[in-house]
Design a protein around this ligand. Structure first.
Ligand code: FPP
Length: 245
């Protein structure tokens, strides 16, 4: 446990992104179904959102379902969608109580109509909440997001709403799903894998990465603080020199 003084001296990252990996392995290691692992993982997400906000984190982006996850066995995909429906429905009430603003990033149009409706209801009902900004990545892939952004830019150029000369990094940011959200300062991936699996490819350009061996359902407040301590041990240079102030 970190003491109050230790916490007071920590620089808290504004935006933390999380790859919540290992639900399946966690559950099979306990002789339970992978579904049980995902259910427990969704509870861990709720706890970590509360912890994050109480520590002063303003934005959290979590990878809940990737564009590649459709190739999992139909039973598992079906269960994840079932969990998602419940999560979205419960969040409509809960986000109000907890003052969380929820947005979904990813290719939302590729989801079932009732899920799209729930997302729209949740996004609009939570849009004026002033606490944690939670982005849930659903049917999300970084490459897919970049391609969709390029298509939107092309469309606006064709319709004379944009000139090719005006396309730069700042403008490109506005065409991404994360348009008005700052880039993540810290990425956490659980479960011991050291890769980013097509998550936020554009936005992670200068992010610090923290990998932890634990599976997502076991991730705790103390682990979050450890990740923040690691972040504090890094000197972000954004391409500058080692000794630059
Ligand atoms: C990775 O674990 C996790 C996922 C593909 C889904 C993440 C989903 C949740 C944490 C719960 C659902 C969240 C919402 C918002 C409803 P894995 O299945 O790849 O685990 P493994 O690598 O051990 O097989």
């Amino acid at each position: 446990m970190a003491t109050k003084d230790e916490l007071k001296n920590l620089k808290i990252p504004k935006h933390v992104a999380i790859i919540m990996d290992g639900n399946g392995r966690w559950a099979t290691g306990k002789g339970k179904s992978r579904q049980y692992g995902h259910k427990t993982g969704s509870k861990t997400l709720e706890t970590i959102c509360d912890d994050a906000y109480s520590l002063g984190i303003q934005y959290m982006t979590v990878y809940a379902f990737s564009t590649e996850n459709w190739i999992r066995p139909a039973k598992e995909v079906h269960y994840l969608m079932h969990l998602l429906r419940h999560y979205l429905k419960d969040s409509i009430k809960k986000s109000k109580k907890d003052n969380i603003r929820i947005r979904v990033i990813g290719n939302v149009q590729g989801l079932d109509n009732d899920i799209i409706e729930k997302i729209q209801t949740l996004e609009s009902s939570s849009s004026t909440n002033t606490g944690l900004n939670l982005q849930i990545a659903l049917n999300y892939g970084g490459r897919n997001e970049i391609i969709r952004s390029i298509k939107k830019i092309y469309h606006d150029i064709e319709n004379n709403q944009l000139h090719i000369e005006d396309v730069n990094e700042e403008l490109f940011n506005h065409y991404l799903d994360t348009q008005d959200i700052p880039d993540p300062d810290l990425l956490i991936r659980t479960s011991g894998e050291w890769r980013i699996s097509n998550f936020l490819l554009w936005q992670l350009a200068y992010t610090e990465f923290y990998f932890i061996d634990k599976h997502w359902p076991d991730f705790t407040h103390t682990d979050l603080i450890q990740a923040i301590k690691y972040y504090n041990s890094k000197h972000r240079r954004y391409g500058g020199l080692v000794n630059e102030a």
